[in-house]
Design a protein around this ligand. Structure first.
Ligand SMILES: [Zn+2]
Length: 513
């Protein structure tokens, strides 16, 4: 439909404005062939040892002879990004700086312009290099080098992930950006921020080991920073993550994906960890399909993104109580997704780095390979909490799982639902028809409840809609603290009042702490 609306003229304009060699080079390293008529590289669609993927600039087409993939710029984007034709058109138009027709733009909502985006990326890449060089040049007995040694990070790893260091100087970025970038440009990508007390601006990431967050195209879109133990910087936040900006959307970004991409594609599996260090430790030990979420739980958007590259995701959680609960809560979200999601739980208090060091690669590999499917994990945890030998215990298992299945509406009528029900029958020795009957009733009740809820009046008028992404995020954090106080301690280790932009939220957070 969209293609029809846009018309062939528009499509041809985009084709003319796109250089296929440049486009493919964003993903595949291409070299000119000897006679100079075409370019060749390793095929991204099959396991290719001899470069057999050709790009022909005169015809603006590509072809891999062994695996028979071929086409133009549109089919390339559809294949490599895993998107439909309309989205491919949009992406290429954006890349070529061609305005979409009016009706298309309205549908897509306001977008950042190509120039803004290019500048934002330029500023971020400048900062990446600056901090990386600073880390490499730091003396061996400096805090940063000592910390890196303590965490057993090799020089190769530091270079691979372009790790950096921001010295203990609040004007470091501002001073170095003079004559290169404006204050507004630095602010737009959160390298600097207004001082919370008094006038002027100050740098973010001060005194921290810095992890560049790199998107799938190899561009830095933000940073995460870890405060160094023993530094002079006073901050309640051990980790500080850059806020969302027009080029950085947390729930859509996975740390380390640029490094993991080819392994994820080859192995058809991604390992999802909880933090930068976890992800890096996996890579350093040779588990190169590891990525990390950015201070959020794995979201449906992440899964949709990963589905373009693999069919299985193993999510690693810490075995402590919050980790366990996070694992359980995430499961409902994914039951309906067409992805094989597995849950690997590490022993309590151990992160992947500890586990790899203490137990070795084989044990880690076994943990990944034997991770139960998400619903199976749920079943196991429920069973482990009650006595299966008693009728009451079995009833409790059943109640729990009925509630769980009834809540996961997307699974209704799928093969996976059948699998889960059969497994529940087996474990509880209850009759399948009873289970299906109860599930049916629970679903009907859920629908009724939702229907009634709709008729209730909305929230009081004094609560305004969130004014910004930061406002919304801060409210969510406060909501968690107020409704799940057992997480307060955990959250206190992750963020502090300084991380909040809204003064009233900051006060409330400090009161809770
Ligand atoms: Zn191929």
């Amino acid at each position: 439909m969209v293609a029809g609306l846009l018309g062939d003229d528009f499509k041809e304009r985009i084709r003319e404005a796109t250089n296929l060699v440049d486009l493919v080079s964003e993903t595949v390293a291409l070299t000119p062939t000897r006679n100079g008529t075409d370019y060749v590289g390793l095929c991204p669609f099959h396991e290719d040892r001899n470069p057999s993927f050709h790009v022909y600039p005169d015809r603006q087409s590509y072809r891999c002879w062994p695996c028979q993939k071929g086409g133009d710029c549109f089919s390339w984007v559809m294949e490599i990004e895993g998107v439909e034709f309309p989205e491919a058109i949009r992406m290429l138009a954006n890349r070529a700086g061609i305005e979409l027709p009016e009706q298309e733009k309205r549908a897509a909502g306001p977008r950042i312009t190509r120039e803004d985006r290019a500048t934002a990326i330029e500023v971020l890449e400048w900062a990446t290099k600056l901090m990386h060089q600073t880390l490499l040049a730091s003396p061996e007995d400096s805090l940063i080098k000592r910390y890196i040694q303590e965490r057993n990070l090799t020089e190769e790893t530091i270079r691979q992930f372009q790790l950096g260091y921001h010295p203990e100087n609040y004007n470091w970025f501002s001073d170095r950006a003079k004559g290169l970038f404006s204050e507004r440009q630095l602010k737009n990508v959160a390298l600097i921020t207004d001082r919370s007390r008094g006038p002027g601006v100050r740098d973010n990431y001060v005194g921290r080991l810095v992890f560049p967050i790199i998107n799938e195209r190899g561009q830095t879109v933000s940073f995460g920073g870890r405060l160094l133990p023993g530094s002079n910087i006073e901050s309640p936040a051990k980790y500080w993550n850059g806020p969302e900006t027009p080029v950085f959307v947390k729930r859509k970004t996975l740390y380390g994906f640029d490094q993991a991409r080819s392994s994820v594609r080859e192995q058809r599996t991604a390992i999802v960890t909880e933090g930068y260090m976890d992800c890096i430790a996996c890579h350093q030990a040779g588990f190169s399909s590891a990525v990390a979420t950015l201070g959020t739980a794995l979201a449906v958007d992440h899964v949709k993104f990963l589905r373009r590259f693999c069919d299985q995701v193993v999510v690693l959680y810490d075995g402590d109580a919050p980790g366990q609960q996070a694992a359980e809560r995430s499961i409902e979200l994914f039951l309906a997704e067409e992805m094989d999601i597995r849950i690997g739980v590490l022993p309590e208090g151990m992160d992947p780095a500890d586990y790899l060091e203490e137990k070795g690669n084989d044990a880690f590999d076994a943990l990944i390979k034997s991770a139960p499917e998400a619903w199976e994990f749920k079943l196991q945890t429920v069973i482990s909490r009650v006595d299966r030998g008693t009728v009451a215990g079995r009833q409790q298992i059943l109640d729990n799982l009925i509630e769980f299945l009834a809540g996961a509406t997307g699974i209704q009528g799928t093969v996976r639902e059948d699998l889960v029900i059969k497994a529940v029958c087996q474990k509880t020795q209850l009759d399948e028809t009873i289970i299906r009957r109860q599930l049916h009733d629970a679903r009907r009740q859920n629908t009724t409840r939702r229907f009634i809820r709709k008729d209730r009046p909305g929230p009081p008028a004094s609560i305004a809609e969130p004014s910004s992404a930061a406002d919304r995020a801060e409210r969510e954090v406060l909501e968690i603290i107020l409704t799940l106080p057992e997480y307060t301690n955990y959250i206190r280790h992750q963020i502090g009042g300084d991380d909040f932009q809204m003064p009233q939220h900051r006060r409330l957070l400090e009161l809770c702490f």
